[in-house]
Design a binder for this molecule. Structure first.
Ligand code: HEC
Length: 154
């Protein structure tokens, strides 16, 4: 019994260390924050996309961050910049070498098109070079779309 009090602080330290790595602690992402104007743009979308949460989508962008940023340069060798992507035609960044498939797609990145793309890019467009398996969670896709719409709103 005399040992119990000494063991407690050690347990508390272990619990704190676990909490620090747990899912409760959002990753630090160097990407734009959604603005109030961006939030307005999300609310103006058709249902169910108007229910997306851009702040949660910003955190979910951790799934995209290896290949995409929001700079005009994009990430050479990885993926094009996604600034102003919402509502834009596909394959429109002049500094990026896209796949033939995406250049010929005629896609415009509205919410529905992005939804299919993020669900499974290879199913949405056979021949794309986006090496990403897709996201099955409807909520996570909706939040990501809300984030892209919000940061594209000017
Ligand atoms: C492994 C790298 C990689 C990951 C991860 C990735 N992408 Fe991509 N993405 C690409 C590449 C490469 C292209 C260009 C595809 C092509 O030319 O067919 C692209 C294209 C796109 C485009 C079209 C860009 C344009 O200018 O038309 C969008 C939108 C997009 N990605 C969104 C996302 C989102 C959202 C995520 C995260 C859920 C994501 N991507 C994850 C590599 C990636």
């Amino acid at each position: 019994m005399a040992r119990a009090p000494a063991a407690l602080p050690a347990l508390a330290v272990a619990a704190a260390a676990l909490a620090a790595c747990g899912p409760d602690r959002p990753p630090v992402l160097n990407i734009p924050e959604p603005t109030p104007k961006g939030l307005e743009a999300v609310r103006a979308l058709d249902a169910p996309f108007n229910a997306g949460d851009p702040a949660a989508g910003r955190q979910a962008f951790v799934l995209c961050i290896d290949c995409h940023d929001f700079t005009p340069e994009g990430m050479p060798g990885k993926g094009p910049g996604l600034q102003d992507i919402f509502g834009a035609p596909a394959a429109a960044k002049s500094n990026w070498v896209y796949s033939d498939a995406l250049r010929a797609s005629g896609f415009v990145w509205d919410a529905r098109r992005l939804d299919g793309w993020i669900f499974n890019p290879h199913e949405a467009l056979p021949g794309t070079t986006m090496g990403f398996i897709g996201i099955r969670s409807d909520e996570k896709r909706r939040n990501l779309i809300a984030y892209l719409a919000a940061v594209s709103a000017k």
